[in-house]
Design a protein around this ligand. Structure first.
Ligand code: SF4
Length: 283
């Protein structure tokens, strides 16, 4: 070695001069024990520090043009979206909606044919003690509360409304176990009356990802959506978003690369993005 030339020592911090900002090389995941390649989890969208441009300063997530474009693409992707709960009348839909809390529609659709065969009319449910209904609906979860709600709702429908489910929100909301979500499902799906917007877990999550609301409380989200969406879309929007939430915009790892709303969406947890990410667009 030439005299006076001392070899450069690695830095104690592990960062060496001249090797700043070198992108990490993506390593393929290790194969599974059976030798098959392991499925690769989609990477979350890169968190890049983006310049604040005039366009991003002027961005208005609830601008009518943007909202119309979202609605148009939802119509194209989910043209026939409707309620997945099987029912033959307003009473059956009301019961199915009460049962669907914290339960899949598929499970509810297995339970409802059995109970409606056993108890065809609201009066048959009204004659029960909640404990008698519990075994039939046990598999939907929270069965004690649901039994109480259904039997209480049946009594109200029979005693207050002559055995028919009312078609206005004020009277619906007096029925035990019926909150705004259930009332909106029955009014929108059975009576085709757009009185509000159904806000379930999918509508809550996706409305926040799409920046149509910043609220977390379902009633406030509903008020925001009623302001932003044209009333004639209130019913379809919920059905379409619920389908979207099941098929693509799923809670844990949304399938953004397949999503028709991708370039309109700035959600903070996107898995793939062609547009800038907004930290506040969080589910
Ligand atoms: S781009 Fe991703 S996060 Fe945004 S709506 Fe589509 S699936 Fe959901």
């Amino acid at each position: 070695m030439t005299r006076g030339v001392v070899p450069r020592q690695p830095s104690k911090s592990g960062r060496h001069a001249g090797v700043r900002n070198v992108p990490a090389v993506a390593r393929p995941p290790a194969p599974q024990k059976n030798g098959r390649p392991r499925a690769q989890r989609p990477a979350t969208a890169p968190k890049v520090a983006l310049k604040i441009t005039k366009a991003s300063r002027d961005y208005d997530p609830i601008a009518p043009k943007r909202v119309q474009e979202i609605l148009k693409r939802l119509d194209e992707r989910y043209p026939k979206a409707t309620c997945a709960l099987h029912h033959k009348n307003a009473w059956e839909l009301l019961v199915a909606t009460i049962l669907s809390a914290q339960c899949t529609d598929a499970r509810v659709n297995m339970v409802t044919p059995v109970i409606f065969k056993k108890y065809p009319e609201p009066a048959d449910f009204a004659a029960l003690k909640p404990e008698q209904l519990e075994p039939d609906i046990r598999s939907t979860g929270f069965f004690r509360n649901k039994s109480k709600s259904i039997v209480g709702a049946a009594k109200a429908v029979v005693n207050e409304f002559g055995g028919r489910v009312p078609d206005d929100i004020d009277r619906l909301l007096t029925i035990p176990g019926v909150a705004r979500k259930t009332a909106n499902v029955v009014l929108g799906t059975w009576f085709h009356r757009a009185v509000g917007v159904v806000v379930d877990t999918h509508v809550r999550r996706i409305s926040r990802r799409l920046e149509l609301t910043k609220n977390d409380d379902p009633e406030k989200i509903e008020q925001d959506l009623m302001r932003v969406l044209p009333q004639e879309k209130w019913i379809d929007f919920s059905h379409q978003i619920i389908h979207h939430g099941r098929q693509l915009c799923i809670a844990r790892v949304p399938k953004c690369a397949e999503c028709p709303l991708e370039n309109l969406c700035h959600a903070s947890d996107k898995t793939w993005s062609t547009v800038e990410i907004h930290k506040s667009a969080a589910p």
